[in-house]
Design a protein around this ligand. Structure first.
Ligand SMILES: Nc1ncnc2c1ncn2[C@@H]1O[C@H](COP(=O)(O)OP(=O)(O)OP(=O)(O)O)[C@@H](O)[C@H]1O
Ligand SMILES: [Mg+2]
Length: 251
C-alpha cells in the first residue's frame, strides 16, 4: 500500500501522518515513512530520538556526487539520469519499531522542471520507493504533490488530503485534486482535522461533497501540547488515535 499525505500548511498533515505510521507499525506492518516536506518535522512527530540531527538526502553532497557523477548545485553538464538508489532506504533510514524513516529535504529551484543532480536523485529515489518497495509507504508532503510524477502517481493507492474547517484549506484541496488529475492520480480521500463540533464536519462535507471522506479527527489541545513538548501525538492519550485506527481499517 502506497499512501501520500498533502494539504494546506498547518492543517495537520504531519500530525495525521505520524498517527497513521505509528498505528500501522503497531499493527505489525513494515512501514517506510518518507518526509518529503522541506520544512520537515515528521521524525519528531514519529518520536524518533534526535530527530533534528537527521540529515536530509538532498544535503548529502558526497552521496549525490557519487550516485549521479556530478556536484550538487551544478546545472547543466553531464550526470546520470538514472542513479542507483535501491540500497538507500535500508542504508540511510532511521529506524523505530517497524518504521524506516527517510527525510528527503528540499532542492533549491532553478526554474520549473529543474534538472539538477539533487532533484534527479530524489526523483529516482521516490520512484523506486513507490514502485518497488514492498513495505507500506507513507509520504508526508507539502501543500502540493511536488515529488510525484506520472510514473509514480500510477502506484499511489491513495492521496490523502488533510483539511480543516476553513475556506482556504478547502481551496487547497481542490487545487491538489487538480494537480493530481494532471498526473492521472484519481484516488483521493479527505481527512477532516481539527473538528470542534458537528457543524465543522457538516461544513467540510458540504463544501467537499464530491470527495471521498476517510474520516475526521477532533480538535484536541493534547495534540498541540505534544507538539510543543516534542512528543509524538501517538504517545499522548487522545481520541484522535482511535479515529486513525478506524481509518486504517477503511484503507
Ligand atoms: N486535531 C488537532 N487538534 C489540535 N491541534 C492540532 C490537531 N492536529 C494538528 N494540530 C496542531 O496544529 C499544528 C500544525 O500541525 P502539523 O504540523 O501536523 O501540520 P502540517 O500540515 O504538517 O503543517 P506544515 O504545513 O507546517 O507541515 C501543530 O501545532 C499541531 O499540534
Ligand atoms: Mg508538516
Amino acid at each position: 500500500m502506497k499512501l501520500a499525505v498533502s494539504g494546506k500548511g498547518g492543517v495537520g498533515k504531519t500530525t495525521f501522518a505520524s498517527l497513521l505510521i505509528r498505528t500501522l507499525s503497531d499493527q505489525g506492518k513494515k512501514v517506510l515513512a518518507i518526509d518529503a516536506d522541506p520544512d520537515a518535522n515528521l521524525a519528531a512527530g514519529l518520536g524518533i530520538p534526535d530527530a533534528d540531527r537527521i540529515v536530509p538526502i538532498a544535503e548529502m553532497k558526497d552521496l549525490i556526487c557519487e550516485r549521479t557523477g556530478a556536484q550538487p548545485g551544478t546545472v547543466g553538464g553531464y550526470f546520470k539520469l538514472n542513479p542507483q538508489v535501491d540500497d538507500l532506504p535500508d542504508a540511510l533510514s532511521a529506524k523505530l519499531d517497524n518504521i524506516k524513516f527517510m527525510r528527503l529535504g528540499g532542492v533549491k529551484k532553478g526554474g520549473s522542471g529543474c534538472i539538477c543532480p539533487e532533484s534527479t536523485l530524489l526523483r529516482a529515489l521516490v520512484m523506486h520507493i513507490v514502485l518497488q518497495r514492498d513495505e507500506v509507504v507513507v509520504m508526508d508532503m507539502e501543500a502540493g504533490i511536488e515529488h510525484l510524477g506520472r510514473a509514480t502517481a500510477k502506484a499511489v493507492d491513495k492521496l490523502i488530503v488533510v483539511v480543516e474547517p476553513g475556506r482556504r484549506s478547502i481551496d487547497t484541496a481542490e487545487h491538489i485534486r487538480q494537480l493530481a488529475s494532471e498526473i492521472n492520480l484519481h484516488h483521493i480521500a479527505i481527512v477532516g482535522n481539527k473538528i470542534r463540533n458537528a457543524d465543522d464536519e457538516a461544513f467540510l462535507k458540504t463544501h467537499l461533497s464530491d470527495f471521498e471522506f476517510l474520516g475526521f479527527l477532533p480538535q484536541d489541545d493534547r495534540l498541540i501540547e505534544a507538539d510543543l513538548k516534542g512528543v509524538s501525538p501517538y504517545d499522548v492519550e487522545s481520541p484522535a488515535k482511535t479515529r486513525v485506527g478506524e481509518m486504517v481499517g477503511r484503507l
